[in-house]
Design a protein around this ligand. Structure first.
Ligand code: AMP
Ligand code: MG
Length: 473
């Protein structure tokens, strides 16, 4: 093997109860669909990289020197119900590397076969969700949103069975770590104080060095999650499965299952076919993240010497979170309308625009982008109402020299629209990978006008709308 990955593994040295070590289950005929070279370089992955070799490695068929593959244990609240034992049922952490900037990153295969945590699952993934995660996670990165990354996508040459036979695939995912709220929950639920302490120390060293105690730790996690959710909302992103096992301690977006970017704006928008109650609807995300942080706080209580005092303090910390989210939201949406120091009154002005958008089902992305060139008006049939709002808004930004620059950097022209993702998946299933590569290329510069890609910026026609998305399983 000439491709080298400079592994430097630490999670594999945590106590045995944290994971199960095992190798990937080989696949029949791996072939490379995508390899993210800039990311590989960032990670210090070197050597000659022939596609066949890359496919062998990122399908798990070839053992890699220095890798120490393991499936991680975790638990989690799924749609509000605690599941005491989850874990990587179809993923394997190959190991970690220290990237060019000195940051430790996980390299993980997703779809690599059964593990002790697979329960009823087959441990595999099909091509659709693999390409969806590849495109959406890379698009999120280009938008500036903290996220796991996609390093490679490989076809396995095997069929897997969902409702029908589908082509199998494996995604290689890169993350600052895969530690989840659910990782803390599993040891708290088991009352394994030693493991909980070891996980806490490890997470502190890796993500929050210098945090003095579990309270400071929680505050810093809350700060990252608050900023993250405000960013999601500012791009019309709906995660779809904000279970506590899909909520990272690093503050990165993880697990792109039934996620979607909204086209027509509505605060209650849900895409996930399994989210029947709208628990993870667009605007509910701000409440759910607080709930998730409350679950993390609960798991941290055993780490505190005076547990009664700790509960009081954790409760205050969690109760303070909505205010922080409102501030982060206001900063993000302020930038979208050209304001770098928005006031609460500006929040009212932004709310008025959102109400107009909701009433008419205006396209979220194109309305905000259209504030730059005046085309936002075209999103509305009630022009008078929009014009009245726009007059107030223009007056407000008249003395803001940075308005245009702020808006250009906060309002993308391109997001991975649902119907384009579906189209891309259909093409890839039929053997045509060109739409996948084109989407990636265009979405790598979301804030740049690309006239030749106007079709990817367009709102879906009624017959193109994809109303529901499905889990990655
Ligand atoms: P997710 O909804 O993708 O976050 O997954 C929830 C849990 O189900 C995790 O523990 C996954 O590892 C597990 N899981 C999902 N799909 C599969 C599969 N095809 N085989 C085994 N486990 C799976
Ligand atoms: Mg998950």
């Amino acid at each position: 093997m000439s491709l080298t990955i400079p592994f430097d593994n630490t999670y594999a040295r945590l106590p045995e109860g944290f994971y199960s070590k095992l190798a990937a289950t080989p696949v029949a005929a791996p072939s490379l669909l995508a390899f993210n070279r800039p990311l590989a370089e960032e990670l210090g992955i070197g050597g000659a990289i022939a596609p066949e070799e890359v496919a062998e490695i990122f399908s798990g068929n070839a053992a890699l020197p220095g890798a120490d593959p393991l499936a991680q244990l975790y638990a989690g609240h799924q749609f509000g119900t605690f599941n005491p034992q989850l874990g990587d049922g179809r993923a394997l952490l190959l190991g970690e590397v220290v990237d060019r900037e000195g940051k430790r990153r996980d390299i993980q295969l997703k779809g690599s076969g059964r593990t002790p945590y697979s329960r009823m699952g087959d441990g595999r993934a099909w091509l659709g969700p693999v390409l969806r995660e590849y495109v959406v996670s890379e698009a999120m990165h280009a938008l500036g949103v903290p996220t796991t990354r996609a390093l490679a996508a490989v076809r396995t040459g095997e069929e897997i069975y969902r409702e029908t036979a589908l082509p199998g695939a494996i995604l290689t995912r890169v993350a600052e770590s895969h530690i989840r709220v659910g990782t803390f929950q599993v040891f708290a639920a088991r009352r394994d104080g030693a493991a909980l302490e070891a996980l806490y120390r490890y997470t502190l060293a890796r993500h929050y060095p210098g945090a003095a105690d579990p309270h400071e730790f929680l505050d810093r996690v809350i700060a990252r999650q608050s900023a993250l959710i405000a960013q999601w909302m500012s791009f019309g992103f709906i995660h779809g499965v904000m279970n506590t096992d899909n909520c990272t301690l690093s503050g990165e977006t993880i697990d792109y299952g039934p996620c979607a970017f909204m086209d027509a704006y509505h605060p209650d928008r849900v895409y996930s076919s399994i989210d029947r109650m709208g628990r993870y609807a667009y605007s509910n995300q701000a409440d759910i993240i607080v709930w998730n942080m409350a679950q993390l706080a609960t798991a941290l209580v055993p780490l505190c010497p005076d547990q009664e005092a700790a509960v009081t303090r954790f409760t205050e910390q969690v109760h303070a979170m909505p205010e922080r989210i409102r501030a982060d939201w206001l900063a993000r949406f302020g930038a979208k309308v050209g304001l770098d120091a928005p006031t609460p009154e500006d929040g009212v002005l932004i709310g008025e625009l959102l109400s107009l958008m909701q009433a008419e089902g205006a396209d979220f992305t194109n309305t905000f982008r259209g504030l730059l060139d005046g085309s936002a008006r075209d999103q509305f049939t009630d022009r008078a109402a929009f014009d009245a709002w726009a007059a107030k808004w223009r007056e407000r930004i008249a003395d803001q020299p940075r308005a245009e620059a702020l808006m250009a950097g906060a309002n993308p022209a391109f997001i991975p629209r649902n119907h384009r993702i579906e189209e891309m998946i259909q093409a890839a299933v039929a053997g045509d990978d060109a739409p996948f590569h084109r989407l990636n290329a265009v979405l790598s510069q979301p804030f740049t006008d690309q006239p030749e890609a106007a079709d990817l910026a367009r709102t879906p026609l009624p017959e193109e709308v994809v109303p529901a998305t499905f889990c990655g399983t």
